[in-house]
Design a binder for this molecule. Structure first.
Ligand code: ZN
Length: 137
């Protein structure tokens, strides 16, 4: 079974990028009608979330809230200096599981899929595996 890949070029140190359309395109390309997809971020300073897609200021607020919870500068020991990014990544998580019906992602009206960058700018990727659960009758 094929594992698809989306390339994501981030341009800020911290950034939340809407990737809903990119994921939907991969589903259409796969030809799978009904099932689910697993989205996986193979990085230690990024993550993937599902969140509001209507008001763009939500993304800014989320980054602000994360920064209050986990300040960039702190009494950290990691020599690379990006411990806050590692911690935010763990809190966000590295995968999402989303249902597919009639070749469409099942998301709520106000939901979008987001790639969260915490230590950019970098060239990132998202791995996608699509599982077919087509009914035989
Ligand atoms: Zn590090």
């Amino acid at each position: 079974m094929e594992i698809y890949e989306i390339e994501i070029k981030t341009s800020e140190r911290e950034e939340i990028i809407d990737i809903t359309n990119d994921v939907q395109e991969i589903i259409l390309k796969s030809g799978i009608k009904n099932g689910f997809c697993i989205l996986f971020v193979p990085h230690t300073t990024a993550g993937i979330t599902i969140n509001e897609n209507a008001d763009p200021s939500v993304k800014k607020d989320i980054l602000k809230i994360f920064d209050k919870l986990i300040p960039y500068f702190g009494d950290y020991q990691h020599i690379e200096g990006n411990s806050a990014a590692h911690a935010k990544s763990i809190i966000t998580g590295f995968s999402q599981l989303i249902m597919i019906k009639n070749k469409n992602l099942i998301l709520g009206t106000w939901q979008g899929i987001y790639f969260n960058e915490y230590d950019g700018p970098r060239n990132r990727k998202l791995l996608i595996q699509i599982i077919n659960i087509e009914n035989k009758n």
